[in-house]
Design a protein around this ligand. Structure first.
Ligand SMILES: C[S@@+](CC[C@H](N)C(=O)[O-])C[C@H]1O[C@@H](n2cnc3c(N)ncnc32)[C@H](O)[C@@H]1O
Length: 200
């Protein structure tokens, strides 16, 4: 179900923090940007960041130290995560599945590095329903945003991609964020799990 009424940015941010606050253990954050999410994590998580953009990664490293995270952020893309199989308890990403070049490859990598039954939290803007004006606008905007806004795609069916990658939704919220000038933007908040050993 999608929220009937558009919600404001603060409400989206609060929900995002709530979901990120649930992860525990060894946590990989993909496309961590400049470390906007540090305040949301439980202070005991063992955070590992991955960020391909060198300038952003430098800022991320500084902020990670301020939050007392000792691991140096990884300079890599989510499509090729430089971590061993089944080595993290959770993977999170906010507004990054819109940006990765190959969603299926990135999600296959996320599954590979997660322990069986491991937790994922992804928050992103997603495609509007088919045959709507909003979807047509997203289709037109995507070639431009892909080139100029860190690879951002406005028209991705991210929930479908997560399910196709084998993740099982445990708390899935579909919202519409208030936005100008083109009106509400569909947002997906997906908490889910990788299959455990009995279902792989
Ligand atoms: C819109 S920003 C979001 C940053 C941060 N997660 C946030 O919520 O503010 C998208 C981030 O994904 C990174 N990114 C782009 N392509 C990527 C890829 N293939 N793998 C991992 N991160 C990627 C960008 O460098 C950028 O920092």
């Amino acid at each position: 179900m999608t929220s009937a009424r558009p919600v404001d940015r603060d409400a989206i941010d609060d929900l995002e923090r709530e979901l990120l606050g649930r992860v525990r253990g060894r946590v990989l954050e993909i496309g961590a940007g400049e470390g906007e999410n540090f305040g949301a994590f439980d202070l005991d998580v063992e955070w590992i960041g991955l960020e391909p953009d060198a300038d952003r990664r430098a800022e991320l490293a500084t902020r990670a130290r301020e939050w007392r995270h000792t691991a140096e952020p990884l300079g890599a893309v989510a499509e090729a995560i430089p971590l061993p199989d089944h080595s993290v308890d959770a993977v999170v990403g906010t507004y990054v599945l819109c940006s990765v070049a190959d969603q299926a490859a990135a999600l296959a990598e996320v599954r590979r590095v997660l322990v069986p039954g491991g937790l994922v939290v992804f928050v992103d803007h997603v495609a509007a329903p088919p045959r709507t004006l909003k979807r047509a606008v997203q289709r037109v905007a995507t070639p431009i945003s892909k080139r100029w806004c860190h690879g951002c795609h406005w028209d991705r069916e991210t929930e479908r991609a997560l399910l196709d990658a084998g993740f099982i939704g445990t708390d899935v919220r579909r919202m519409r964020a208030k936005s100008l000038p083109f009106g509400p933007v569909p947002i997906l908040m997906f908490e889910g799990r990788a299959p455990d050993r009995t279902t792989t």
